[in-house]
Design a protein around this ligand. Structure first.
Ligand code: NAP
Length: 214
């Protein structure tokens, strides 16, 4: 059965998934780059995103590797895709990830502003969905060929899918950093009332990994 999953989504100790004031020089908002200190050194990140050899193995890498397994499609919010806000001025912005993004399957980007699909190298096609979260999920499932659909982020997008009780499994990495201000993941959510519970937790030097399921 195809699952709707969140993986490797990182929050600060106060539950922020990004800092404020995202811009081209701060993809994760101000201070947000500290969140991924558990993830960036891993062999999985180095290979999948940086296209380099090497990197760490161990528990952090195990979670990173699991995050890319059995995926048929992705969903993300428009702010994860990039820093452009409002109507798209042109098609210049093509994501943070270069010509060959690390997705290699269709990616459905939630937005209120229509834009034609964007085909990248390596099998990634960004589709811009303006008809809401349920349609994005239907479209993702339709192309996922029975594999799982992963929500990449950000916090605003994950929150809506949690509120709608549509997420089956969510791996969070809680980083031991304080951002002070940022994009909150848990604000307004009563996860136990929505049917979620913690199934698994482990600590590493760099993060606490939690797996939450419904
Ligand atoms: N911590 C992590 O592991 C992690 C992972 C991924 C991303 N991030 C970071 O998180 C930040 C982005 O998170 P965020 O919470 O600001 O935003 P987000 O969830 O990425 O995107 C929110 C935007 O998506 C569009 N959208 C969301 N739901 C929609 C719906 N139901 N219908 C239509 N459009 C919808 C809206 O854009 P419009 O109305 O403008 O179209 C909305 O403002 C970035 O800094 C990113 O780098 C962090």
């Amino acid at each position: 059965m195809s699952k709707l999953r969140v993986n490797a989504f990182t929050v600060s100790a106060e539950g922020f998934g990004a800092g404020l004031d995202q811009g081209r020089d701060h993809p994760l908002g101000r201070g947000g780059e500290q969140l991924h200190e558990w993830f960036i050194p891993t062999r999985t990140f180095q290979q999948a995103v940086q296209k380099r050899e090497g990197g760490t193995t161990g528990l952090d890498n195990d979670f990173a590797a699991r995050s890319f397994e059995n995926l048929g499609a992705w969903i993300m919010g428009r702010n994860m895709f990039g820093p452009v806000r409002g109507p798209w001025p042109d098609d210049e912005w093509k994501g943070w990830w270069g010509a060959n993004p690390p997705y290699h399957v269709p990616v459905f980007v939630l937005t209120h502003h229509p834009r034609p699909p964007l085909e990248m190298e390596g099998g990634t096609v960004f589709h811009f969905v303006t008809t809401g979260l349920e349609t994005a999920l239907e479209q993702a499932r339709a192309v996922a060929q029975g594999k799982d659909v992963r929500i990449g982020g950000g916090a605003a997008t994950i929150r809506q899918y949690l509120q709608a009780r549509l997420i089956d499994e969510m791996h969070l990495a809680i980083s031991p950093v304080l951002l002070g201000r940022g994009e909150p993941l848990f604000e307004g959510l009563d996860l136990p009332a929505l049917g979620y519970r913690v199934r698994e937790h482990v600590f590493t030097e760099a993060a606490m990994h939690l797996v939450v399921e419904r």
